[in-house]
Ligand binder design. Structure first.
Ligand SMILES: [Zn+2]
Length: 213
């Protein structure tokens, strides 16, 4: 899942920088938990897992160093921003009013009747100044997006690489959303945190920016 929204010259808080790429020859996850199954690092430390036991992809921490990698989400920052409901662009508090937090989502209203109710997303919310700046600088970026107020959201899953639960060596299979507590949770190398959205109201972004609703 890519970062959005962004504008020229502004690097979203959750985007990666080239100095944060880790060397290619780091240890790959290996099978752990004989008999039960799951992946682990051979040199794992407690920081490699979250408090629900899911293993996270390692990434360096050097925001602002090297070249910005707009399309590549920085896992640890995305995780913190999503956990704390901060703005994905500036990392400050996301906007909240009596109808909920402000989210800018890709417009998939045709997907189901009450979309985006129950949508699972790895995109964190936004603050009003960042939403306003996006409208001013790059209105085309907002084409195909929809502004939504979300009354309730819960951290329910991760997005990451699913490894095969068979064989002697775990093999990366595909990127997917994996629910906490689910059968595949021990087999995912998490890259981003996912929230389920509830109590959603689709709103007019320009009215939100003008404070009219
Ligand atoms: Zn912001």
């Amino acid at each position: 899942m890519s970062t959005a929204p962004s504008r020229p010259g502004v690097v979203p808080h959750i985007a990666s920088w080239s100095a944060e790429n880790l060397p290619k020859n780091l240890p790959e996850p290996v099978i752990a938990f004989a008999g039960v199954g799951g992946i682990a690092y051979p040199d794992e430390t407690p920081e490699d897992r979250d408090d629900r036991g899911v293993l996270w992809r390692r990434q360096g921490d050097a925001q602002g160093e090297g070249k910005a990698q707009y399309g590549k989400v920085h896992g640890p920052r995305q995780r913190e921003v999503m956990h704390r409901l901060l703005c994905q662009v500036c990392g400050g508090p996301a906007d909240r009013d009596d109808r909920g937090m402000l989210w800018l989502l890709e417009d998939n209203r045709t997907d189901w009747k009450d979309w985006p109710e129950n949508l699972l997303t790895a995109h964190p919310p936004v603050c009003l100044p960042c939403a306003r700046q996006a409208v001013v600088d790059c209105p085309h970026l907002l084409k195909g997006s929809v502004a939504v107020r979300v009354a309730a959201s819960d951290v329910c899953a991760v997005y990451g690489m699913v490894y095969s639960p068979a064989g002697l060596r775990p093999m990366p299979l595909h990127l997917d959303v994996v629910a906490y507590g689910g059968r595949m949770a021990p087999w995912v190398l998490a890259g981003q945190l996912v929230r389920g959205l509830n109590g959603c109201t689709i709103v007019d972004l320009r009215a939100e920016l003008d404070g009219r609703h």
